[in-house]
Write a protein of this length. Structure first.
Length: 94
C-alpha cells in the first residue's frame, strides 16, 4: 500500500487533533496517556539519539523529526486543554 508522504506540519496537526479529542473526551485518559506516552517517546528519542552519536546508522532523519513532532503535539494539546479549562482537571475534583 502506498501511503502519501505527509509533511511534518500535517503530522503535527493530525496528532494535535487526535490528542485534543482524547483530552476532551476524558481528561483522566488524556493525563494518563499523555504522561505515559510522553515519557516513552522522550526516552526512545533520547536513547536513539545517543545510539546515533555512538554509532551512526541508516535511520532517516525524518524518524527523529517525527518523534519530536509527536512530543510537541502531545505537549501543545495538553497545554491548550489546561489553558482552556484554567488548569481544572475533572478527575481531581472527585
Amino acid at each position: 500500500m502506498n501511503w502519501p508522504k505527509l509533511s511534518l506540519t500535517e503530522i503535527f496537526l493530525m496528532q494535535l487533533a487526535l490528542w485534543m479529542v482524547v483530552w476532551l473526551s476524558s481528561d483522566y485518559l488524556g493525563t494518563l496517556l499523555g504522561l505515559s506516552l510522553g515519557a516513552i517517546l522522550t526516552a526512545v528519542l533520547l536513547i536513539a539519539w545517543i545510539a546515533e552519536l555512538i554509532e551512526p546508522s541508516r535511520v532517516p532523519r525524518r524518524y527523529f523529526s517525527i518523534m519530536l513532532v509527536s512530543i510537541a503535539a502531545l505537549t501543545v494539546a495538553s497545554l491548550v486543554y489546561l489553558f482552556l479549562f484554567q488548569g481544572q482537571l475533572e478527575f481531581l475534583k472527585q
